[in-house]
Write a protein that binds this ligand. Structure first.
Ligand SMILES: [Zn+2]
Length: 228
């Protein structure tokens, strides 16, 4: 799953309006941001195989350190601790933990049974939404639209730079996601890992957008709050 994860961060902003969007995005994408680092380090493995699933040409041979449920809990706790040390409220930090773990749940829905629980010998799970292109478009697309609407309903732009950053982010992510099944597969694992590292740009990008949106009804702005 890709934009479905991002949708959850946008929707979460509605529930915890004081949470900086960059932090919420860091939470929902944490496992996918770590994954290319572990691929490049050689401790996780993926194969490019055209037709692996209808929506995605990747065979996830091993990724327990980034995508195991146990590690998701650990990464979530770590992000929450870092967030707390940067001055985020305990409530926001619990949300960060939950959103990191939500990544495992959404990938469980999407992937074929390759989602481990822990490193080592672990059973692997997955409901395989990616075996259906229409199913993926409908379910993930609906989540994406709902996330965008929920975020925008509670906020108004304070400067033109907000909508510019927000809508360019939405447009590029939508294009990358929607054209996925029709794009040529990456040439090899190493290329894929380097390309996936670009995903880190989501954090400053969405943080920038969020900085120039203010709540519509009486909530204090996150402008100037810690970091992302
Ligand atoms: Zn993932």
């Amino acid at each position: 799953m890709f934009v479905g994860h991002l949708a959850l961060a946008l929707a979460a902003k509605r529930a915890v309006p004081k949470a900086p969007l960059g932090w919420l995005m860091a939470a929902v994408t944490a496992l996918d941001l770590l994954w290319p680092l572990f691929l490049l380090a050689g401790i996780e493995h993926v194969r490019v195989s055209r037709g692996a699933t209808a929506f995605n040409p990747l065979v996830f041979d091993s990724y327990p350190w980034s995508h195991g449920l146990l590690m998701a809990l650990l990464w979530g706790t770590l992000l929450a601790v870092v967030g707390r040390s940067r001055g985020l409220s305990p409530r926001i930090c619990y949300w960060l933990l939950g959103l990191v773990v939500s990544h495992w749940v959404l990938d469980f829905l999407t992937h074929v049974p390759d989602m481990p629980l822990w490193p080592g010998r672990s059973p692997r799970f997955g409901l395989g939404l990616w075996s259906s292109i229409p199913g993926t478009y409908v379910i993930e697309g609906a989540m994406w639209v709902a996330g965008i609407v929920l975020y925008l309903q509670g906020r108004r732009a304070t400067r033109w730079i907000g909508p510019l950053a927000f809508w360019s982010f939405v447009l590029i992510c939508t294009a990358m996601w929607a054209t996925g099944p029709w794009s040529p597969p990456p040439p090899n694992e190493r290329f894929l890992a380097w390309f996936t590292l670009v995903g880190w740009i989501i954090l400053p990008w969405t943080a920038l957008a969020d900085r120039y949106y203010a709540p519509t009804a009486g909530e204090p702005s996150t402008h100037g709050s810690s970091g992302l």
